[in-house]
Design a protein around this ligand. Structure first.
Ligand code: AMP
Ligand code: MG
Length: 418
């Protein structure tokens, strides 16, 4: 590739991904594992439910005895939840049973208390000698949860690579587990740089702007399963930049992610530091926004430098850093929610692979797409209004109104999914 040629997006991504492998696993208590990525397949060690049990408060008995209602039966046992089954139920007999209590041997149906002559809130009441069944059950097994009816023993419940949700964690608890193996969270050190940048909360002096990227990139990192280690804002000064990069290495960052200061401006010192103390690959990517991309290492830590403009940094993250995070989490790197949409206005670019900020709406004939205003890479409001990135492939300079376009519903990809 000649120095002036632009590198295809996919090629750059492939090269970056080669530098990363899935991180090691760690074992966490269930309550600490929300949204963490499961690192092993999970099988149920026993059937669920483990034993046949009543799904209603009522009376356990033999279906053959109550084909016709009313029927009068002798009450021979009381089975609260959590007690082992007592004596078998014979012909003409019934046991009072609570929801979740084991079905006694011999019984094959539970008649709810509402279908008997007994008081509804009767579990604390003395055990009656007899019960009248007023309404016959329709079939054997009614109101009985059979052993294994939820899951047979040995069934795979969850697969490796699954981000754990509350219902999954509840299921793991039901299987008797206290802990779960998950991928360690990628630790991403985040560096903003530029003499003009100020953290929000302080009064702006002339010529200054607030640092947007630390906030948007660290939010992206946490939303996608990583841990952000903010390195603050480096001045355009090699010593300041170096001490922050060293800090990242000391903290054991899995990746240093910088924005700005990586182009060829005369005060862009980061690339000199990488070249001297690590390794530097400066690429010009066939992409808009976000042409300049730096990749390399600072000492042993992998380094990615995104452009400084807030839209470029955000889109660059989605295209290059999200797949890296997914790889470190042991997930397939590049899964995107893409739909085909009809353009409600013409769009244009310059032939680079372009990610336009757009608004998608679903109508009767499918998805429709519009732009969200000014498409400059410093215009963050276009992204605030957007729910999709409209993708013009490399080589396509324009598309007319009513043409179809691939649209990336990126908001759906701002959470962890398999
Ligand atoms: P640079 O790559 O340093 O030339 O920066 C490109 C543009 O992005 C300049 O207009 C910077 O002011 C702007 N910029 C860089 N970093 C940030 C940031 N963290 N937040 C907001 N704007 C930024
Ligand atoms: Mg700068």
């Amino acid at each position: 590739m000649s120095p002036s040629a632009l590198m295809p997006v996919q090629e750059a991504l492939d090269r970056i991904l080669q530098a990363f492998t899935p991180l090691e696993t760690e074992t966490l208590p269930l309550t600490a594992a929300q949204r963490r990525v499961l690192a092993a397949d999970i099988q149920t060690p026993h059937a669920l439910p483990p034993f046949a049990n009543a799904s209603m408060d009522g009376f356990a008995l033999r279906f053959a005895d109550v084909r016709q209602a009313p029927a009068r039966l002798r009450v021979v046992a009381d089975i609260p939840a959590g007690r082992p089954v007592s004596r078998p139920i014979g012909a003409g007999e019934a046991a009072r049973i609570a929801t979740g209590a084991p079905l006694p041997p011999g019984a094959d149906v539970v008649v709810p208390v509402e279908h008997t002559d007994q008081p509804v809130r009767g579990s604390g009441a003395p055990l009656p000698d007899q019960v009248t069944i007023r309404q016959a059950p329709r079939h054997a097994g009614e109101n009985v949860r059979a052993a294994g009816s939820d899951l047979p023993a040995g069934a795979t419940v969850l697969r490796a690579g699954h981000p754990l949700r509350p219902q999954d964690l509840g299921m793991l608890a039901l299987l008797g587990r206290e802990t779960v193996p998950v991928r360690r969270r990628p630790r991403i050190a985040l560096l903003s740089s530029g003499d003009e940048l100020l953290p929000p909360g302080q009064p702006l002096a002339p010529g200054q702007i607030y640092d947007a990227n630390t906030t948007s990139l660290s939010s992206l990192i946490t939303a996608l399963g990583g841990e952000a280690l903010p390195l603050g804002i480096a001045r355009d000064d090699p010593d300041d930049i170096r001490s922050r990069l060293q800090n990242a290495v000391q903290q054991g960052a899995d990746l240093i992610l910088a924005s700005a200061g990586v182009s060829v401006g005369h005060r862009d010192y980061i690339k000199d530091l990488l070249a001297a103390e690590g390794r530097l690959d400066l690429w010009r990517i066939n992409m808009r926004p976000g042409k300049p991309l730096t990749f390399g290492r600072y000492r042993q830590a992998p380094f990615i430098g995104l452009p400084g403009n807030p839209v470029s940094a955000f889109v660059g993250f989605l295209v290059f850093v999200r797949p890296v995070l997914r790889r470190m989490l042991g997930l397939p790197p590049h899964r995107r929610q893409i739909v085909t949409a009809t353009l409600d206005e013409p769009v244009s670019s310059d032939g680079r692979e372009t990610y336009l900020r757009g608004r998608l709406s679903l109508r009767e004939d499918g998805w429709h797409a519009r732009l969200t205003g000014h498409q400059g890479s410093g215009h963050l409001f276009s992204l605030v209004q957007a729910n999709a990135l409209l993708i013009l492939p490399a080589g396509v300079k324009s598309l007319p109104e009513k043409a179809v376009i691939q649209a990336w519903l990126f908001e759906q990809d701002l959470t962890l999914h398999p």
